[in-house]
Ligand binder design. Structure first.
Ligand SMILES: Nc1ncnc2c1ncn2[C@@H]1O[C@H](COP(=O)(O)OP(=O)(O)OP(=O)(O)O)[C@@H](O)[C@H]1O
Ligand SMILES: C=C(C)CCOP(=O)(O)O
Length: 271
């Protein structure tokens, strides 16, 4: 049984406007949230400033295009994964220092797409591996990654997309997206506290869309969060600032409390 799946957004632990700039104090704050409730937990982290820059430079989310220099793009795959590995290491160090029995798991080692498509069969081995880790009491830490693709050589796979697939399989009680902003914001900057999937609209904030991102930023997050709410009955879904009182409150409230009511973050809901 999985209680929670949490995506630690790259924006919450790095400065995405800079190349490979980690925010160590933010990592410590977020790790502290899991110190006493890490049972049946799956963690995923995003790339932030460790990966999005290279992925954009080498256009990795388009796969390999015949017009591009193959060796250069292949190098981009290697460098993106090296960079992701650096951020992954920061998180592993902090989680282990907090006595959380974490082990790293890379989607690259398990998932191979075809024409960017991933089918259920692709996830079988990964999910079996995660089930075994969880049954032994480990906390798996996965991440957004580069995947190999049978037709296009490679693709980018967001931690948000991975969260949806794992949620479909494990049917957790709660999914959290920790990020750098309080939640889904309106164009005037106020937070949409209850985002109803069939009613609310997502407004892209132009002023905030300058950070480098190849996986769709908040818009993709809202789409994924909506899919989870649609597909998994009873799963609480929040988009919340990683370093905030709200994230602390959510993670210190027993999961069985159906009346968890918060201000200053977004809960994604269906009517
Ligand atoms: N309407 C909006 N509401 C909230 N954030 C928005 C909105 N429009 C754009 N954004 C941007 O989306 C960003 C969050 O998406 P992003 O994908 O960067 O988060 P993340 O998951 O934490 O990072 P990563 O993808 O690196 O893991 C915010 O930092 C904000 O700048
Ligand atoms: C290699 C990359 C850029 C993975 C992106 O994953 P995300 O930050 O979770 O969207």
């Amino acid at each position: 049984m999985v209680t929670r799946i949490i995506k630690i957004g790259g924006a919450s632990i790095t400065d995405k406007s800079q190349f490979e700039q980690v925010r160590l104090a933010n990592i410590d704050f977020i790790v502290d949230l899991f110190k006493t409730n890490y049972e049946n937990l799956i963690l995923i982290h995003g790339a932030g400033s460790f990966g999005h820059h290279q992925a954009k430079q080498f256009k990795l989310n388009q796969g390999y295009l015949a017009t591009d220099d193959y060796d250069k793009c292949r190098w981009g795959v290697c460098d993106t994964r090296r960079s992701l590995g650096r951020l992954h290491q920061y998180l592993l160090n902090a989680l282990l220092a907090a006595q959380i029995p974490v082990v790293g798991v890379s989607p690259f080692d398990f998932l191979v797409s075809d024409q960017f498509e991933l089918i259920e069969e692709n996830f079988r081995h990964l999910c079996q591996h995660l089930e075994r880790l969880l049954s032994y009491g480990f906390v798996p830490l996965l991440h957004g990654d580069v995947l190999l693709d049978k037709s296009k050589h490679w693709r980018i796979y967001s931690g948000d997309d991975l969260l949806l697939k794992l949620a479909e399989h494990f049917k957790p009680r709660q999914c959290l997206f920790l990020t750098s902003v309080p939640g889904v914001l309106r164009s005037d900057g106020s937070v949409i506290e209850e985002f109803y999937i069939d009613e609310n609209q997502f407004d892209e904030l132009n002023s905030q869309s300058t950070a480098i991102d190849v996986t769709g930023s908040m818009q993709n997050k809202v789409t994924i969060a909506s899919e989870i709410v649609k597909k998994i009955d009873g799963c609480q879904v929040f988009i919340v600032q990683g370093v905030s009182d709200q994230s602390r409150q959510i993670l210190s409230t027993p999961i069985d409390n159906p009346n968890i009511a918060l201000t200053g973050c977004t809960r994604v809901l269906k009517k």
